[in-house]
Ligand binder design. Structure first.
Ligand SMILES: [Cu+2]
Length: 216
């Protein structure tokens, strides 16, 4: 009887554990709705990951400084490389954000930055450095350059159970502006992942229960 009770107790606590899985992974869609990033402004916690998902026909993402919108930042930064694709790219560019410093970025395809294809991660909460002023400066930039090589992030598969914006309080506000299509897909993926987890857990718990019964 005790075994049954403790097993039931363990099982009932599982949803709490699994609610934590996938924390800290955010998605930015690149070029899904024309020459834009969505969300173009995103606040994340240090240690969180940001996945750039690329849409046709050809885009990239490069870190800039606030002062020079369509040029690579002079030290550090990142460049995803160009994603030429006819459908949503199978691979994504994943950035790990280590602190809360603003990360200004743009698309390195000629003309895209000037057309407003820019964004920011962790925008300053006050002051003159806003996404709007970055975008205005980008519109006046003479040309667009990119680094010679991909660096500063990882090109690979998207994480499963991607819960882009449901995880932290700060990210929730940007989630509201995401297209409902994206949110629906995200929710489905998460649920599927959780279901799979739970199925595995049930098997593990049955073994655990059997083991403790044998020990008595
Ligand atoms: Cu672009």
């Amino acid at each position: 009887m005790m075994n049954f009770l403790s097993t039931a107790l363990l099982f009932s606590s599982l949803p709490l554990i699994h609610a934590q899985s996938g924390n800290g992974v955010h998605t930015i869609d690149v070029g899904e709705d024309g020459l834009s990033f969505n969300p173009a402004s995103l606040t994340v916690a240090p240690g969180d990951k940001v996945e750039f998902h690329f849409y046709p026909p050809d885009h990239s993402v490069v870190q800039a400084s606030f002062a020079n919108p369509c040029q690579p930042i002079s030290s550090g930064g990142f460049f995803s490389g160009f994603f030429k694709t006819t459908e949503e790219s199978k691979t994504v560019f994943t950035l790990t954000v280590n602190n809360t410093d603003p990360i200004w970025y743009y698309c390195g395809v000629q003309g895209h930055c000037q057309a407003g294809m820019v964004g920011v991660i962790n925008p300053p909460s006050s002051g003159q450095d806003t996404l709007d002023s970055f975008k205005s400066a980008a519109a006046k930039a003479k040309d667009t350059t990119v680094p010679a090589n991909v660096f500063g992030g990882v090109v690979g598969n998207a994480s499963s159970g991607n819960t882009s914006s449901t995880t932290t309080g700060t990210a929730t506000s940007t989630a509201t502006s995401s297209p409902s299509k994206t949110s629906a897909t995200t929710a489905t993926t998460t649920n599927a992942a959780n279901t799979m987890h739970t199925a595995g857990d049930v098997g593990a718990l049955m073994l655990l229960g059997l083991f403790s019964w044998l020990m008595m």
